[in-house]
Ligand binder design. Sequence first.
Ligand code: SF4
Ligand code: SF4
Ligand code: SF4
Ligand code: FES
Length: 593
Amino acid sequence: MSTYKVNLKVNNLNVSVDEGTTILDAARQLNFKIPTLCHHDDLCVAGNCRVCVVEQVGNRLLPAACATPVSEGMEVLTNSMKVRQARKNIIELLLSEHNADCTKCFKSGYCELQEMANEYRTGDHIFLDVRSKNEIDISSPSIEKDDSKCIRCQRCVRTCTELQAVSALAVTHKGKEMKISTFLDKPMNDVVCTNCGQCINRCPTASLVERNYIDQVFDAIYDPKKFVVVQTAPATRVAISEEFGLGPNRSTGKMVAALRRLGFDKVLDTDFTADLTIMEEGTELLTRLKEALVDGKEVALPMMTSCSPGWIKFQEHIFPDMLDNLSTCKSPQQMFGPLAKTYYAEKINKNPADMVVVSIMPCTAKKYEAERPEMRGSGYKDVDFVLTTRELGRMIHQAGIDFEKLEDEKYDSILGESTGAAVIFGATGGVMEAALRTAYEIVTGREVPFANLNIKPVRGMDGIKEAAVKIKDVKEEWSFLEGVELKIAIAHGLANAKELMNKIKSGEADYHFIEVMACPSGCIGGGGQPIPTNMEIRKKRAAAIYEEDEKMVLRKSHENPEVTEIYKSFLHKPLGHRSHDLLHTHYYPRKRY
Ligand code: SF4
Ligand code: SF4
Ligand code: SF4
Ligand code: FES
């Protein structure tokens, strides 16, 4: 980064910024907000919507603030008459092509275009109305695509290409016909889309939103014949507060209280099955290492985590020759479902046919995952409905619950106990850290050699993280691991995952175990989390996750007493017969298009 400073004036105030800074960021340093639509802090500059135009003294043209770097002596006005009129005209032009039916729109109240139109008091429709037809693509169980709401800002295209390296979306046609399309304009469900929802997080309108199942869940709650249990993923508990203007915050107890007030019969925790995942996945890793190091078998290494359904689908499309490397463990959501409808149903004496399992997830791909035909281990659909953190926020608003004033409540038991290791699943590196806390202790009988169990080398927002842990003084039964340097890597965001996979395929990198999460920053940055998203917000969510871990009494998955009990009375052992039937799965190669 340059240290050369450029001096300029914004709205007659002096400011000195680094060379290369845009007018937009210089204005932000003086706390002037310039409206933006195509710009997003996570993405490269596009400069195509022009709502961020400003006046530069001495320049006849109005430069786009997001795409124009500052220069020495520049004088900028962000709200002159000329700027205001130009901005109004641009917003009017966008609305002339837009199906602005806000009263029926899922995004109303959360929409950047609506907010801007309100701020600038547009709505006179001075331009010809040239709206496109309102054909909504609901082929995907995760994503709804409505072209009539699209303002062609291309945030989605840049997200899918730059951050996710999927390129499921592209700009097609020109002029009035220009649209965001899939390959050959096929339905979203028939293309390479991973359902990650990152495009939804960055779409400023309702052109891309999650498929919402709020009404179906309320219907189940109000059906007296149904017993409705809800599970909540680790990352939801630090972000739900954002839906109520409270910023990223530890809100586990309030979330539990809100779910109870919504009428769920039992409020349970996906964190329980996150702990269980560590037992199953850790055992699977140790088994693979033994087969490779002792039995000399051809084993697929590195083993790769399988908690992230967007990553699984990406792997099925892009690296179908490496599916054996994926752990066979289902995600914690999908471990919870079959256990709820077998073990739990039996314990509480309920007919699983009358049970409805609802998940609150930070992730839109979990909606698709629950629909996979393999996810019926209980003999029923294991997870009936998946709601995003945002949908839960809507439900709480609709029910008139004052979230901020709720007193903390605890999860129900059983399937409600968890450890700090499970909570950190929500942040990139968390699954790896949880696995190391348990595997190291099982193999050596000692805690991992990191202060206060915090394995700092696997934390943080670097796109790809690598580390090595030397295993010494092992217990006798693990003697084959004596002196082994366990090599690990972590990637978050599918573009980083692709880079890591290419390094592994080319032989440039060599690991035993890798963690991949489809979403930037891991589940805390999931496609179902509150909007807006940017690195600053995701770092705050991660800080809340690690704080939650430190506050937990138990911080290692193998210490969860409910996990111990379920192995004693039901599963018998990790990777055992019952685990195989209920908790493990397989994957299928898919075509790119
Ligand atoms: S996308 Fe925004 S502006 Fe368009 S109808 Fe929905 S809320 Fe209104
Ligand atoms: S959901 Fe993910 S993969 Fe699918 S189009 Fe959006 S960003 Fe691309
Ligand atoms: S779908 Fe959304 S993000 Fe993509 S171009 Fe349209 S408005 Fe922009
Ligand atoms: S936000 Fe600057 S051109 Fe779109």
